[in-house]
Write a protein that binds this ligand. Structure first.
Ligand SMILES: *Cc1c(COP(=O)(O)O)cnc(C)c1O
Length: 347
């Protein structure tokens, strides 16, 4: 391996086994529902997440958008975290394309939303207000440190949603990281939610694709929305084949990434000028703060490491996220720590 890229787990290239599965995939026209490989992936993912049906979607962003557009009509409101991916990083798709009104409530540092905050955000039936329709949670929570959200908490939010006849959607882009970290099944984490979106293209190494799961009626309606968004793909089994390998063979090994993230955090913590945000990184992400006494800023470190063939990304001038994944081995961790030590040495 001659590259080290810690910017995201989306940079993961498909494994040799995936490339082989892609080359040999049995194919058909998925818009006609005739691609056997896509159908298999959808069924396998739905079963794994304890839902009735699945829908293969080109990206996580389109998966969340498809879910939102299927759950909500124009002018309906969705309650979600102010640090959620759907609010921050999906180009405002819900508003731009669905006329959906976001009601953000603060994320706590553990990624959760306070039940009281959610409950106060739910609108009374009054013509002045939009209609509350949906609550969204994110698991693992990306911006809050890759932190997993427990099944108990998700159940409490699910109960609250049902009490007010709202739906609950889970942005489970990294739900398998959460399941491995909490040692529960992904199905248990997804059970309180009506719908869940999961990404195959992140830590699971597949090149492309996400799956949206829910009950049969929801998925049937979502299929039309996916078509409206231009996400109906023809011989999509070529990429779904890699998704099946991801689901079957890449989930259990996520524990290795989590272990390496803890190792990376432990070693970086010893470098003066840096603080690691979590005592122990909860999954595969390490968030760093550059202290006031740090000799260089985060963007300066990005530049220095780039010269050494290490790709990093800064969040502003004093924060950085490092993401560990399949293509980062112990050797790579060592190389990165040494590059940090050299770059942060004040001279
Ligand atoms: C990456 C991500 C998405 C979107 O997935 P893309 O495939 O990049 O569009 C949605 N939610 C979360 C939490 C993510 O990390």
């Amino acid at each position: 391996m001659d590259w080290i890229d810690l910017r995201s787990d989306t940079v993961t290239l498909p494994t040799p086994e995936m490339r082989k599965a892609m080359a040999n995939a049995e194919l058909g026209d998925d818009v006609f529902g005739e691609d056997p490989t896509v159908n298999r992936l959808e069924a396998q993912m739905a079963e794994r997440l304890g839902k009735m049906a699945g829908l293969f979607i080109p990206s996580g962003t389109m998966g969340n958008l498809t879910a939102l557009l299927t759950h909500c009509g124009r002018g309906d409101e969705v309650i979600l975290g102010a640090l959620s991916h759907s609010f921050l990083y999906e180009a405002g798709g819900m508003a731009a394309l669905g006329g959906i009104h976001p009601f953000t409530v603060p994320n706590q540092s553990d990624g959760t939303l306070l039940l009281d905050d959610i409950e106060s955000a739910i609108r009374a039936d009054n013509p002045h207000y939009p209609i509350s329709r949906l609550i969204c949670l994110e698991n693992t929570h990306n911006r809050c440190g890759g932190v997993p959200i427990t099944a108990e908490y998700t159940r409490e939010v699910g109960d609250l949603a049902r009490q007010y006849s709202l739906k609950l959607h889970l942005d489970g882009a990294r739900i398998f990281n959460a399941a491995i970290a909490l040692d529960v099944s992904a199905a248990e984490l997804a059970a309180p939610a009506d719908t869940i979106m999961v990404c195959l293209s992140k830590a699971l190494c597949a090149p492309v694709g996400s799956v949206l799961c829910g009950d049969e009626d929801f998925i049937q309606r979502a299929r039309r929305v996916r078509k409206q968004l231009g996400g109906g793909m023809r011989q999509a089994g070529v990429i779904a084949a890699a998704g099946i390998v991801a689901l079957e063979n890449m989930v259990d090994r996520l524990a290795e990434d989590h272990k390496r993230a803890r190792l990376l955090a432990k070693r970086l913590r010893e470098i003066p000028g840096l603080s690691v945000e979590w005592e122990e990184p909860p999954t595969n992400m390490v968030y760093l703060q550059f202290n006031q006494d740090s000799p260089i800023s985060a963007p300066e470190l990005v530049k220095k490491c780039a010269e050494k063939g290490i790709k990093l990304s800064a969040i502003g001038s004093r924060r950085m996220r490092l993401v560990v994944h399949y293509w980062i081995d112990d050797q790579a961790i060592d190389t990165v720590v040494k590059a940090f030590e050299q770059s942060l040495k004040s001279d």
